[in-house]
Ligand binder design. Structure first.
Ligand code: UD1
Length: 339
């Protein structure tokens, strides 16, 4: 039976994608080393879908493990989610970030080549656009100008994949540039579980609402935006996960090519709009104060997603209310489970 190999299968985006793939009837081989995820996620995936994945614990830098996985399973495609994603940590630990986010992809690509598996979906980020000159951002918008090793690692892998495709255009590669994934599966069983204090807006808001943190710091209200606070394109994680099912179908259909898609909703929301929506939808208070800007932040970032709609037949369907509701549901559920 042909299988999709999902690296980082227990992480935030990986776990939601496994659920959607299983529900669409795909068989999955998963790999994770739990560096930023929990083993229980495997049971939660099973609880939601009533299906198993073939799981291997380990690191993507482990070539002998990758060889074993490819030998033991008939893999036809790989979706690579295995990466570190903290901007702040990446500045402090560039070697670890480049090793884990770039060298590991080279190990994976080498293994894929040796086993003649040439279809890959790679998780990239809107961060590759740096500080865009104009919004909405299309796939043609200039990339570069990343301001931290995390962002640069994504940019480097994109360049490596382009070089690879140009060297051998029998490769079949899809690069997804995610905007700001938020929310959680409607079951409340899986969601975003950052270690320590969240660096991103939505998990921070949810923890303040749940009284696990006291107050949200709004990083600056003097940006060139509708209300002065930063504007981003938030996308529900389940919509994002579903895009991967469309990506798999696209690669099966095309056989070869290099495809790049923005995945967002196409709408920008400010930090203050997010706070208000969260309060309204969940009937809670989110105390906040405006503080200094966070270095490296930009005014506005939102996507033009028309290419994904046209070529993948995919479009985000969930709105900001769904995102706020599901993010809070997960945090409440999870804090009870953790007590
Ligand atoms: C961040 C990363 C980006 C990464 C993405 C993953 C930075 C500079 N960028 O994007 O590389 O791909 O996460 O999801 O870290 N905000 C607050 N208070 C907070 C947290 C955030 O006001 O406590 C504001 C930010 O200034 C920004 C917005 O909320 O305007 C969204 O921030 P965040 O969730 O961290 O995402 P990005 O900065 O867009």
């Amino acid at each position: 039976m042909k299988k999709v190999f999902v690296t980082g299968c227990c992480g935030y985006i990986g776990s939601h994608t496994c659920v959607e793939l299983l529900e669409a009837g795909y068989q999955i081989v998963g790999l994770d080393n739990f560096s930023n995820s929990k083993r229980e996620v495997l049971n939660k995936i099973k609880q939601i879908t009533n299906k198993d994945i073939i799981f291997y614990e380990g690191n993507m830098l482990d070539k002998s493990l990758l060889d074993k996985i490819f030998e033991e399973n008939e893999i036809v495609m790989v979706i690579d989610f295995a990466a570190y994603k903290s901007v702040g940590d990446s500045v402090k630990k560039p070697i670890e970030y480049y090793m884990n986010n770039v060298s590991s992809v080279l190990t994976l690509l080498q293994t894929m080549k040796e086993h003649n598996v040439k279809s890959l979906i790679f998780s990239s980020s809107a961060t590759v656009y740096g500080n865009p000159e104009t919004v909405p951002i299309t796939e043609q918008t200039k990339t570069g100008g990343t301001t931290n090793p995390y962002g640069t690692s994504k940019l480097y892998v994109e360049e490596i994949l382009k070089d690879l495709y140009h060297s051998d255009n029998s490769w079949n590669i899809c690069i997804f540039r995610y905007f700001n994934p938020v929310g959680a599966h409607q079951s409340g069983l899986i969601g975003e579980e950052p270690n320590g204090i969240p660096a991103n807006l939505m998990p921070f808001i949810a923890k303040v609402a749940n009284k696990e943190l006291e107050c949200l710091n709004v990083f600056g209200d003097d940006y060139n935006t509708k209300d002065g606070t930063g504007v981003r394109d938030y996308i529900h994680i389940v919509d994002l996960a579903k895009a991967h099912v469309c990506g798999v179908k696209k690669l099966v259909k095309e056989q070869s090519g290099l495809f790049i898609y923005n995945l967002g909703t196409g709408s920008g929301y400010s930090v203050l709009e997010m706070i208000k929506a969260f309060e309204r939808v969940n009937g809670v208070k989110v105390p906040y104060k405006v503080v200094e800007r966070r270095p490296g932040d930009i005014d506005e970032c939102y996507a033009d997603c028309s290419l994904a709609e046209k070529e993948l037949n995919w479009k985000a369907t969930m709105n900001i209310e769904d995102m706020c509701k599901d993010a809070y549901h997960f945090i409440k559920n999870n804090s009870i489970t953790n007590k």
